[in-house]
Design a protein around this ligand. Sequence first.
Ligand code: G4P
Length: 535
Amino acid sequence: MPSIYLNKLNHEEISRRRTFGIISHPDAGKTTLTEKILLFGGAIKTAGAVKMNKISKTATSDFMEIEKQRGISVATSVMGFEYDGFKINILDTPGHKDFAEDTYRTLTAVDSVILVVDCVKGVEEQTRKLMEVCRMRHTPVIIFINKLDREGIDPYDLLHIIEKELNIHTRPLTWPIGMGAGFKGVYNLFTKHLLLFTPHITRLSDDNFAIDDLASPELDKRVGTDSANHLRKDIELIDSAYEPFDKDLYSEGYLAPVFFGSAINNFGVKELLDTFISIAPSPLPRLTDLREVKPEENEFTGFVFKIHANIDPKHRDRIAFCRIVSGRFERNKFFYHTRLDKKLRFSSPTAFMANEKSIVEEAFPGDVVGLYDTGNFKIGDTLTEGEKLSFQGIPSFSPEIFKELINKDPFKTKQLEKGVRQLSDEGVAQLFIRQPGNVKIIGTVGELQFEVIQFRLLHEYSASCTFQPLRYFKAFWFTSKDKAQINKFLSINAQHITFDKDDRPVFMAESEWHYKVTREVYPLLVFHNTSEYKG
Ligand code: G4P
């Protein structure tokens, strides 16, 4: 294990980095909030300058729309910028539910998240799923309740719903004064400042007044006596109902500080950003199969969490996105690809600053570099300076839709085979093989991926295919200390066993009932619904 720790300069680089993701149910305001944050960072000059990795909800099966978005999304996959002495890296996550797996993987590369909730709609389906992933990883979460310029759910009720449905404690750090047409602003309980809201004005700073004592007549003057009294009551209630904000509980993922605002009006965003940089964690250690790697370690390590292939046949490049975990990444230095047992060096690693790409000479923990790839990388691959370890925590989740891949052109079998393997390495979908007959089963979380696969196999590998729907419910990996029971299970259930890309057996349950009965019949087997499990 490397024992030498970095010099002071590198420590400083690490502690000033904040790498996070903004997540939400589609339409809650993730894109708008990201843009406003970039505006504060001076990374863009006007709103609308950055088109995010956003696939319109109306385009559920408009493939060309996806492609247009995919092109744009490379540039916005990582948005790095400097703000107040901090280097901020926002990792973009696709909002569309069919790309949820992509989002889950990106969440393995962040150190914290900001969750956007629409105050009118409250907790929605994707909000729940994304928070489940955050909770699994104990990711620190800050909640931004958006669209206060609209008449929404009462703030107390909303916090109650969030706590109950997302299974996380909350602590408001700002509190709204009114809502919708009567929205006057927010009071910051943390800094004891009043922020006044003026609709339709986009500004880089809010009207901001220090009000240490809420009894002060200054408050009445600013917001009117009725609103002032209302706020006084609200704050009294909050202070009695909630414990003071505890940063440790936030860092451990148990407590989410809550901010209220309106992203479109750029209101409450600076409050959020300033608190974020002060409380959000700098790059965190990460687990490998051997040990925990700390960012301060001398030697470089990193892992690939996303691969983007350019599907234009004239430009067949792929970019592997590598999150740096420790040490210093350097251009043209040889690094060790632990799965392939091979040394690689990168002559044009890319850094992403807002919507611009540029070649970088060096990068630090928390940063993401784009590595041009000719097919060496799979999602989850690890790079080091020689130590043979593998980062954990990039699981595949059980797909929800399964289809058999049917080859339409027997002369292109090899191309199809190669194509489908590469697409599964990229994480477009999961591939399961059933024997006998080498039957290829594609598993995804959304229908859109099947279109993507069909299109890409044809255009990139000249292989044409169709899909035959299969009635599987879910795929389960399994383990047991009892070898005999595993063998019995495998032989009796052969027709329900497939093999994943790493050749591990997977049980394909046909229904929830089938899964339940199987568990009862084989009590010594432990079933896992993600590909990464302990023993
Ligand atoms: P998403 O990335 O989470 O999917 O959401 P996005 O930012 O695209 O916002 C979804 C819609 O909500 C957009 O309207 C956006 O303008 C609006 N919005 C965002 N923040 C606020 C807010 O604070 N208040 C109000 N009232 N609306 C907000 P749209 O009509 O779908 O798109 P557009 O034509 O405005 O771009």
